[in-house]
Design a binder for this molecule. Sequence first.
Ligand SMILES: *Cc1c(COP(=O)(O)O)cnc(C)c1O
Length: 431
Amino acid sequence: MSRFDTKKLHAGYNPADHNYAVSVPIYATAAFELGTVKRSDDMFSFDSWDPLYTRLSNPTTDVLEGRLIELHDATAAVSLASGMAAVSYALLNVTAGSGRILATARLYGGALDSFTQVFRENNVAFDIVEDPDNVQNFEKLIKEDTKVIYVESLTNPNATILDIEKIAEIAHKHNIPLIVDNTLATPYLLNPFEFGADVVVYSATKGLSGHGNVIAGVILENNKFNWKNGKFPQFEETPYFLRSQKGQPRNYYDVFPDGPFTGRIRSIHLNYLGAALAPFSGYLVLLGLETLSERLDKQVRNAEKIVEFLESRIGKEVLWVKHPHAKGSPYADLAKKYFPKGAGAILSFGLKGGLEERIKFLEAVKVWGFQANIGDAKSLIINPSTTTHTELDAHYQKLADIEDATIRLSVGLEDADDLIEDLEQAFKVAF
Ligand SMILES: *Cc1c(COP(=O)(O)O)cnc(C)c1O
């Protein structure tokens, strides 16, 4: 069972271990019977990984983690209650209370704002690469205490593509890892580990689950990065709770040989900050994953049709269209390299006119949902500058290339002609 579409339905799940249930059971339980004291001792000392308490693990979310590990050819994963938990736990883990994050402004608005609101008060600073299209600019900003490069593979709302293979080379030259938020791409369109990413994070709320019915996040690692290079002593710590049954001190490599990075997150951030993924939510992500490729294939085709329609309106209601498939896109070459199956279903366009036209247009669409979400099977529309990216001040909005006129589309699975007709009638209302 080695190919993506087979794995997305079967990987990580053996029905015989679950009463031959065809659909992954939802283990709606907080705790698990410990059985014997010996079994309990084994579980509490990490000599057994049987589930003991759902904040730490649960058989339903274990299947999700196992499936995503196989879909990425990764070695370990931890599922969490939201994408923001995945972003913040990954960055808290790599920085461990000091140093700097190197990122771009083309990030999920909340992730970028968390650098100021969460990381600053945890003694972690950050630097922003103003022009990430020139990858040399990353190297220029790496300082002595930079601990990580953090980027999104395909960005929101303008669908820019970062050259993650070159960025990974720069990171590794400086003995720091590359963490990639691959939410918009999904593993079907891009597996960042194939291009040098060390850790991959997702908001599974979006395309991974794909139905706008769950908040969830995941962190994956492939255990290739050398955390023992001197910059990351946190993985060599031997906290009391990691000791062996005989009382020997153990570090994260000893206890989590396949995944010290996510092992430390499970032990500390998940355990003590507590954003555990509910089993029912894990089940919804598993269900959505079953149709990931089919959804993405149609969404990408629909998005390309919408791009062509919007391009035909440039000079009328539309100022510009941003998507790697748009004519003259500066990301066409990177799209060939990273997105042979299509560069995603998120795009943006500039709406002519001003506030009045924007309001009329957004309130006139009927098929497109006006919501702060993406990656749903249903098509969504929003004006980022005063909604999804409203945390960003004028400086960061400019760096993120968000204008007042920017309208973001997340293209779903409807008939593309209905989506186009809906935009057409809304243009008529607005102008
Ligand atoms: C939505 C999103 C997040 C945050 O995820 P939540 O599940 O809403 O917490 C992080 N990164 C990207 C790219 C996103 O789109």
